[in-house]
Design a protein around this ligand. Structure first.
Ligand code: ATP
Ligand code: ZN
Length: 297
């Protein structure tokens, strides 16, 4: 295949992952010019282009070298790893992205008293994930029938084409509407950055490494808050003990007030009103909680 010098990222054209994936790439400093057919988007600042496709096509596009990276559900990536072409490049999950969370679960009719996987022996299970389900059954040495369906898996038990299903669950609402109940979890899923296991050795490899660093910063700041406060040296220990997790705080002197300090702490996650009130009781004043815009370690 002709080598490309621009990096190509595949993402879902329209669906649950589209908006958060686009937002994530924008936060990494990537912007794209949308083409008329909305399939290929040319990257404006960096040499990175976007391919908008069905999520199911993403692992194959990477394995065949058409794209270098893809943003796709772990469920789709792992299914492809089990069922995809044998002579293709092996795929890796480079980063978990924290959105598109769901579970791949076994669901059974509400009246079935499910206690353990062995009860599935002899049943027909409908799924769009024959690879993952087959592996799970095999690991437990359960002999059940796998009925592969492309969609509308949840109505199979009512139609009598299966006894149970293996499908994605988020809130469980769809299951309840179909008189089913979640019985066992096969896989905890979220959107991931997928790519070949070995990075290209040319400029594209360098670009991927740069992108991974930016991504780590973006993922980290998404959850980070900067806490600023003033305190006297005497209250410092009590306050430090109350600070929500994160690296050691930074202390700065306050001009003309030798006993007073300004404390600056990076917190991993939200800082609640309750936490602020406790820290204030321990002797803090002038407290600020700020979102973090960018971070580069
Ligand atoms: P496409 O047209 O791209 O094939 P799709 O219908 O397969 O779209 P979506 O329903 O948009 O895909 O789901 C994309 C991904 O979102 C799933 O593969 C999964 O990783 C994740 N996801 C999160 N919650 C759910 C859910 N409740 N149901 C289905 N997928 C979910
Ligand atoms: Zn799909």
């Amino acid at each position: 295949m002709k080598t490309r010098d621009r990096l190509r990222i595949a993402m879902q054209k329209s669906g649950r992952l589209t908006e958060p994936a686009q937002d994530l790439l924008n936060r990494c400093g990537l912007t794209f010019r949308q083409s008329r057919d909305k399939l290929f988007c040319f990257g404006e600042g960096e040499p990175v282009d976007l391919l908008l496709v069905r999520d199911d096509d993403i692992p194959g596009l990477i394995a065949q070298g058409v794209c270098d990276l893809g943003i796709v559900g772990r469920n789709v990536l792992n299914e492809y790893r089990l069922t995809g072409g044998r002579d293709e490049a092996p795929l890796a999950e480079w980063r978990a992205l924290g959105f598109g969370r769901c579970r791949l679960s076994i669901a059974v009719p509400q009246e079935l008293d499910y206690q353990r996987p062995e009860q599935l022996t002899g049943l027909r299970i409908a799924t769009s994930y024959p690879g993952l389900l087959g592996e799970w059954l095999q690991q437990r040495q359960i002999d059940a029938g796998v009925v592969t369906l492309a969609g509308s898996v949840e109505i199979a038990p009512r139609l009598g084409t299966a006894d149970a299903i293996c499908d994605l669950v988020q809130s469980g609402g769809t299951l309840v509407a179909n008189q089913l109940r979640e019985a066992d979890v096969l896989l905890e899923s979220e959107a991931v950055l997928a790519g070949a296991q070995t990075l290209p050795t040319d400029e594209r490899g360098d670009m991927i490494e740069l992108l991974l660093k930016r991504l780590d910063g973006v993922i980290q700041v998404r959850e980070s808050r900067l806490l600023l406060l003033q305190t006297s040296r005497g209250s410092l220990d009590a306050i430090t003990r109350l600070l929500p997790g994160g690296p050691q705080p930074t202390l700065l002197p306050l001009a003309g007030q030798p006993d007073q300090l300004m404390l600056q702490a990076l917190c991993a996650g939200e800082v609640s009103w309750r936490q602020l009130e406790e820290i204030k009781k321990a002797g803090a004043r002038e407290m600020f909680v700020l979102p973090v815009e960018k971070m580069l370690a």
